[in-house]
Design a binder for this molecule. Sequence first.
Ligand SMILES: *Cc1c(COP(=O)(O)O)cnc(C)c1O
Length: 402
Amino acid sequence: MGQTKETQSYMDRAQQVLYHVYNRFPVVFSHGQGVHLYDTEGREYLDFGAGIAVAGLGYGCRELNDAVKGQVDQLWHTSNLFYNGPAIQAGEKLIRASGMDKVFFTNSGTEAVEGALKIAKRYSYNKGMAPDYEIIAMKHSFHGRSLGALSVTGNSHYQDPFAPLVPGVRFADFNDLDSVKALWSERTCGVLMETIQGEGGIYPATREFLEGVRQLCDASDALLMLDEIQCGMGRSGHMFAWQEYGVKPDVMMVAKALGNGVPVGAFLASNKAATALVPGDHGTTYGGNPLVCAVASRVLDIFEGQGIVRHVQAMGAYLWESLEKLAEKYGCIKDHRGKGLIQGLEFTMPVAPVVSHGLLEERLVLISAGSNVIRFVPPLIIEEKDVQEMVQRLQRSIEAVC
Ligand SMILES: *Cc1c(COP(=O)(O)O)cnc(C)c1O
């Protein structure tokens, strides 16, 4: 598909001014409604990427638009030197949904990870441990791009150009409890991992692994920190993915779908871990401001009021069946993994051509996770007919390039 003049002009201007750290697709979206996006040429796309698992409630959601409009005329920002109502409300709802005890709002997932790392260190410091703490993280994980979050991201491609990173991080094999035990030392202050690895290729933690890591942490009073930034907020078929396992973390991180697109994240802690940080230890200028918290608060209302998690369970099962059929049909599909509406198809070859063909020829938005996995993280409000339509467009894309 050749770019029209208009799209080409956006691309040329972007190349002049925007930092080139993304190889973007030649598409300019201008608006969205429900599970559909529209480009500046007026073409409609079916979205199974949700802006990287962010637009859980889809686009143009009336109640969320109203939440923004209502708050816009009241107050956007106060700083955290004062109390603000929307942050308290959003906090109360997050605490109720998670069973955690305390919440700190951030501007992004990365910053939530930074907060968790600081809690683990401070918790050990308070116990009088020598300050050479170690954190165990997982290979093929993803936790963000800041130097702290990058330090626990088990991917040398992302890490190597920015060494030296934060010291004391050791990488275990995800779902291999023995590899965690092998790295354990009296300096271990915590384990940080995704409950379902997202960027790494959609790998859910096994029950034995999560329970085993919990026991290891309990035995030496280390903190279990679960990154729910991608798999949380209903996407797994539970409000937070760990709730299915009944393995509660000491610290958990959320972001992405929490604000449905306004920049807000959070780290939550049990009382034991929360008391580690004291006034002066941590802060943020914007984090949890009234504007983003008014939206997060409404997002949480909608989850409860509209039974989003139950809907994800039903749609997740339907998506699972549909992708199983595809996996049986095409020899180039090697594996199918995931839960709820975070699923992946692993191919025997790089998926970039399938994704590209899907977007440009079939107007289907899909994203990859690593080179060989197509990741399905649609808005949580999809219906069966959207899954059927997605499968048809994907089949045509596979047949065109495989
Ligand atoms: C996206 C993501 C992050 C980083 O979040 P940002 O909002 O991009 O900073 C961290 N962890 C996981 C699991 C993610 O998917």
